[in-house]
Design a protein around this ligand. Structure first.
Ligand SMILES: [Zn+2]
Length: 474
């Protein structure tokens, strides 16, 4: 009985044909770029392809005689053990008798199953069978792999469908916290689902070659004021940097309990796990971006006042709307003035650097002495003033443009983008812009600025502008 057909000879022939192609003998027969497709239904460039071919090249997994790989087919119990045995180079020379009535010790594949049972990694059923053709679930596969590899559990990853009472909770947590299994983007693991050949290959390849493990991320828990990062997993070592709440950090599990290795922009080192929570990337456009939103004025500085409209309040309200919209698109947002307090211009300008912000957006409302102006405009700084200029003049201008193009959709007049030496722009350390949403004393604009829907809509447009800005610089 053979669970994995040995069909390498078929492929070595096709490899030879492809070699000739490369020399130009069969030029034109193959479309460029597809010459390395080894299976008719699966190639290296597909998700899981690198892992499958890593195993294939090591004779751990094979295809079917018809040239297919059948990546979505269920893995059978027999196949799973055979692949594991090959991966681990089990010695199967001492497997001459079988404990299973449906697995005779008459070929290598079966001997791997017998060896797996001897090692306590798999077991049969009460009726003396092993049932090699039965399908394996993702939960069962996790339990088998964990029995072999005995990974330590470094931290908890919440899966909606694998609670701590689930029979496979421990093996799944152990494998997941080492990046061997990942689960699905909806935070489920689907432990009852049969495991596909492709997914099993990915799991197995990740045990053998850690570089296949996808990057893992955590977020600094909300409410954490400042989290120090250390050169070693202890608080007596050198501090290499600090993280602020909600920072999205890439992590590597470590053997020191309670600590994890982190990587955040230019900061690397160790941080205590208790201040971090697992974060699964959602594929949102601003997921790895950090934005400072600066609500102009505040506290004793009201900004412009006209009738019942107070600029500092409008700016704060609009800033919270902008924060919400940016966060919806995945960004980490820091407010330089989260409440009605006075913050110096210098504190605003120097707020970006320690948080490793990517961009800075200051929100204001305008006013004129004559009370006759209306319109929305965005400022950037690219000209030297008193010895200072924003260090990213081109990016700042691009950002201003990206925002203004979107803000043009507002009912206000589009006043375009403008250069100015505003302190928070020229003294900043990142690309920075200042948006004047409208004129608080403008005949048309005053009613807009008094309207929450207008401010919310401005935030939607600005966040779309931010998405477009990052697309344009990538
Ligand atoms: Zn202002």
């Amino acid at each position: 009985m053979k669970f994995l057909e040995k069909v390498k000879h078929t492929f070595s022939l096709s490899k030879k044909i492809m070699g000739l192609t490369a020399l130009g003998i069969c030029a034109g027969m193959y479309v460029s770029g597809s010459a390395h497709a080894e299976f008719s239904d699966f190639n290296k460039t597909q998700p899981g392809g690198a892992e499958v071919f890593y195993l294939y090249d090591r004779d751990i997994i094979n295809g079917y005689p018809d040239g297919t790989f059948r990546p979505e087919s269920d893995v059978k119990r027999g196949q799973a053990v055979v692949m594991l045995g090959r991966a681990l180079n089990w010695d199967i020379s001492q497997t001459n008798t079988s404990p299973f009535k449906d697995v005779p010790a008459n070929n290598d594949d079966n001997r791997y199953i017998i060896e797996g049972a001897k090692r306590g990694i798999v077991s049969g059923y009460d009726d003396g069978t092993f049932r090699p053709y039965a399908s394996l679930t993702r939960g069962q596969m996790s339990a088998i792999l964990q029995r072999v590899y005995k990974y330590p559990t470094h931290f908890t990853i919440p899966f909606a469908d694998v609670k701590s009472t689930h029979w496979a909770y421990s093996p799944i947590q152990a494998l997941a916290s080492n990046g061997v299994v990942t689960g699905y983007t909806d935070n489920t693991f689907k432990p009852q689902q049969y495991i596909s050949r492709k997914h099993y290959s990915m799991m197995l390849a990740r045990t053998l070659q850690p570089s296949f493990r996808p990057p893992m991320y955590m977020k600094v828990k909300a409410g954490t004021t400042k989290l120090n990062v250390y050169s070693q997993p202890n608080t007596t070592s050198t501090i290499t940097g600090a993280l602020y709440e909600k920072a999205l950090v890439q992590i590597t599990p470590t053997s020191t309990k309670g600590w994890v290795k982190i990587n955040y922009k230019d900061i690397t080192g160790y941080a205590p796990l208790s201040y971090l929570e697992y974060y699964r990337l959602k594929g949102l456009p601003l997921e790895k971006r950090v934005v400072v939103v600066d609500a102009g004025h505040g506290g004793t500085d009201s900004g412009a006042v006209y009738g019942s409209l107070v600029e500092k309040d409008i700016n704060l309200k609009a800033s919270y709307y902008l924060k919400t919209e940016l966060e919806k698109r995945g960004a980490t947002v820091y407010l330089s003035r989260p409440t009605d307090t006075f913050v110096t211009l210098n504190d605003r300008a120097t707020f970006s650097s320690p948080r490793r912000a990517d961009i800075f957006i200051s929100i204001h409302a305008n006013a004129t002495a004559s009370h006759t102006a209306n319109g929305t405009e965005t400022y950037y700084n690219d000209q030297l003033y008193e010895g200072d200029v924003n260090p990213y003049p081109e990016e700042s201008k691009k950002l201003a443009y990206a925002l203004q193009v979107q803000l043009d959709k507002l009912p206000t007049k589009n006043l375009g983008i403008k250069q100015n030496e505003f302190y928070v722009l020229r003294k900043n350390t990142v690309p920075a812009v200042l948006v004047e949403l409208g004129f608080i004393d403008g005949r048309y604009d005053s009613k807009y600025l008094a309207d929450s829907n207008f401010l919310r809509q401005s935030a939607v447009y600005m966040s779309e502008g931010v998405v477009n800005y990052f697309k344009s610089i990538d």
